[in-house]
Design a protein around this ligand. Sequence first.
Ligand code: FAD
Length: 407
Amino acid sequence: MRKTVNCGVLVVGAGHAGAALAAALRRRGYAGSILLASDEPHLPYERPPLSKASLLDAEPSSRLLQPEAFWTDPGIELALGCRVERIAIARHGAVLSDGRSIRYEWCVLATGARARQLTCPGATLDGTHVLRTLADAQRLRQALGSARNVVVIGAGYVGLEVAASARSMGKTVSVVEAQPRVLSRVTSPPVSEFFEAVHRRNGVALHLGKGVSALEGERRVRAVTLTDGTRLPADVVVVGIGIEAETALAEQAGIACHGGVLVDSHFRTSAPGVLAIGDCSRHPNDFAGGMWRLESVQHAQDSASGAALTILGQAQAYQDVPTFWSEQYDLRMQSAGIAKDADDMVIRGDIRQGPFSVVYLREGRMIAIDAVNNAREFMAARKLIHCRTTIDRAMVNDSSVSLKAFA
Ligand code: FAD
């Protein structure tokens, strides 16, 4: 017979969102018991350093999301290396891989996402890596140690960060991207051009607008062949072609999913007593327009705070400006808002050297910003986007006028 355990909140996944939820519940005085099940073996850690500073360390580690002592709270159980195998909505029940049966009041899905895999011939050859977990980073770092030629497939944030890290380690680095420009999913052409120039200056060979037809090698990868016939020698291949929301558990339980677990502005799913937060969830976002699945630490943390309020019976409709950041070489890009519906764009500062910002407007209101080494403008713009203030374009165009002046 399975042992049945009662808990107040069962959190599935202890990444940024799950760990932040436990902290938010405690901070706000939640008195019930909290059980976090994590299928990873490590104490909850930060993912962003894995493609940046940590990858340069001989033994990649990552900062803990909470100090170790936090997890000794008697009201919180962190079950490491433990998967939630299934949930049974009608009886508020779940089954864990350690054999326990759970009866919960609330279940919060914080299952994150998994790295999308290549599907071309040779995709599973040794030497081919994805980067999502600390274990992935440790494997990749070990492989990079003896590698000469590194091929990164995908020029999104993670791909370009890995390329910058590998260049800092003195590797020969090529980046392959099917779209005609880098970061095409997340920023505008001028910002893409800036980053392309930065990578070229740092010795990265960019192959844009080209797909991958095969990875070659017998057991180990030796080369990457592109759709135009180009053959790139490779000791290590890093696949950074995006992520897929981890929705299997929700789907199996009959919870509505569509490119993520669908939630309302209080993070409630279609199932009573079940919430979803972080990368796995898709929520209504007024600032971005429509339903969005955001992949960022800020969203993981904010959605965790929102879910904590829902559990405590103090639900507030979630509305926050999405923010993101990336670090490549000595550059830090911070972005706020979503620029997809912009009808105007203003470049402030020196877009060839930095620092600079690109401000995106719609109907006279600032809706987004990309700020490179320009934290002050980022902070000011975030407030302006939040307040939906109408602003004078001529003034925005004048880089000598601080964005703070518009607040
Ligand atoms: P995750 O952190 O993915 O955590 C989900 C956890 O749930 C995982 O541990 C998973 O194994 C576990 N899990 C899944 N299913 C189950 C189950 N059935 N039972 C038990 N456990 C389960 N964001 C930024 O804002 N800035 C950055 O610079 C940045 N850089 C990044 C660099 C890298 C290399 C990566 C991988 C991500 C980066 N991100 C960055 C994105 C950011 O890390 C994610 O948005 C954030 O981790 C999302 O948190 P989450 O808790 O929703 O998901």
